[in-house]
Write a protein that binds this ligand. Structure first.
Ligand code: HAM
Length: 420
């Protein structure tokens, strides 16, 4: 029979004993991010992975790459157009509007899979995981500082080297529009020499030309108008202040060519890139999106947020290996397994910080001990026929060869577990 494989660009994530493996790093990173977000007092939000496809047309934007060619959509049995979410922000705003919560402020975090029909390559998947935060209901000011403080905390906590946070200001919607018109006027003269992709961007979403990978277009852009001549002094000052406040922690560059791939942004925008990532070098992106709530039919709700790609982050983090004590629980006598297992059950309650790995498959004591060593266990606790009869266990240190194994009564195990 033919085998069924996973879909292109949708890898399985499978934790393993090797904490440096890609999947294990991703799970560790996810836990660490959750800890950072909750330490900042953000509350978790989980929205469905399926949404009305119109949600993304009206938010991410009909001219964005995502909606144009990357959205996963289908008609359901009722002929309603449904989309797998390509990002989290639009769904969160939809949820807040639906529950009539636009008048309050919110600090939210989320984590989960997203889908974009992209050409798979290193760092670019069709199903990938994002974690992010959104600060809702607060205008430009301190939220910008808190956002960059969070980004710096992630970089510090995960020990990410060789990275740069690029920041820019796209002005008010009006200023963004004026800049966009000036850019179009400038680029019109060069339209005939632009490649097809940039021509299309010029027509549909001119600011995205600034993101071009084409070296000839990049040369032309050197003479192009810059957003810095269209935004007010307060916006320029905000960029300088953020750079000054956080430059001792992370490298921050003001980059006036930074535009984001989603349509809903205006005001402060940013991206974190890593010099170790190759072509898909951006591992985090975000910015302000004050108009999104009203665009989606809600009340005005100034907001800012960002999302980090867990797969890209896992490529560059330097995670510490788990420092928890690990014990392999080995039942040496197969006919008494059920009785012996009960001891493991009781032991788990003595110290929930300890990892207790109970071998469930048959095998010789020797092979089980070999496995315990391979799994990097600190101790083996062995129960055989004699021990079970006497209500004892054998404790064997696997890290310290010089210490003799000892026999301990089950009733005394709590002091062993407390001392670990
Ligand atoms: P984004 O820049 O489209 O922003 O995505 C954020 C991050 O998701 C990227 O920096 C990257 O690490 C990761 N990512 C995006 N596409 C892929 C892919 N195909 N494969 C692997 N990783 C990918 C947003 O999604 C906004 N919702 C962020 C935001 C939140 N803005 C305001 N609030």
């Amino acid at each position: 029979m033919t085998k069924i494989n996973s879909l292109t660009g949708m890898p399985d994530l499978h934790d393993s004993e090797d904490k440096k493996s890609f999947s294990s790093k991703l799970f560790t990173v996810e836990k660490k991010l959750k800890k950072i977000f909750t330490n900042f007092n953000y509350k978790e939000i989980r929205t469905p992975i399926l949404e009305d496809a119109n949600l993304f047309l009206r938010s991410v934007g009909s001219t964005s790459d995502i909606v144009n060619k990357e959205i996963y959509s289908f008609n359901d049995r009722n002929n309603k157009a449904i989309a797998l979410r390509p990002e989290g922000t639009a769904s969160i705003i939809r949820s807040i509007i639906e529950r009539k919560l636009e008048n309050s402020t919110h600090k939210l975090w989320y984590s989960g899979p997203m889908w974009r029909y992209e050409r798979p390559q290193k760092g670019r998947y069709r199903q990938f995981n994002q974690a992010g935060i959104e600060i809702l209901g607060l205008p430009e000011g301190l939220p910008e500082f808190e956002t960059i403080s969070l980004v710096c905390s992630i970089i510090q906590e995960l020990n990410i080297k060789n990275c740069i946070i690029k920041i820019n200001h796209l002005g008010s919607p009006d200023e963004k529009e004026k800049f966009s018109s000036a850019l179009v006027n400038f680029l019109k003269e060069y339209e005939h020499v632009l490649d097809e992709k940039d021509k299309l961007r010029l027509r549909n979403n001119p600011l995205r030309v600034l993101d071009t990978k084409n070296l000839d277009t990049q040369k032309i852009l050197k003479e192009a108008p810059s957003i810095k001549d269209f935004i007010d002094d307060a916006s320029l000052l905000l960029l300088k202040k953020i750079k000054n406040q956080f430059s001792d922690i992370c490298k921050i560059d003001i980059d006036h060519s930074l535009v984001r791939g989603l349509d809903y942004y205006s005001g402060f925008v940013f991206e974190a890139i890593s010099l170790d990532l190759g072509a898909q070098d951006s591992f985090l992106g975000g910015g302000r999106y004050d108009q999104l709530s009203s665009q989606l039919g809600g009340k005005e709700m100034p907001s800012i947020g960002f999302a980090v790609g867990l797969e890209r982050l896992s490529e560059i983090v330097d995670v510490e290996v788990d420092t928890k004590i690990k014990i392999s629980f080995i039942i040496a006598t197969s006919n008494l397994e059920e009785n012996a297992y009960k001891i493991a059950h009781q032991m788990r309650r003595l110290n929930d910080e300890v990892i207790l790995d109970c071998y469930l498959q048959e095998g010789s004591l020797k092979s089980k001990l070999r496995k315990a060593n391979k799994n990097n266990s600190d101790y083996a606790i062995i129960v055989g026929e004699e021990e079970l009869e006497n209500n004892t266990v054998i404790i064997k240190s696997l890290k310290d060869e010089l210490t003799d194994q000892k026999v301990v009564s089950v009733d005394q195990l709590d002091s062993f577990f407390q001392d670990l």
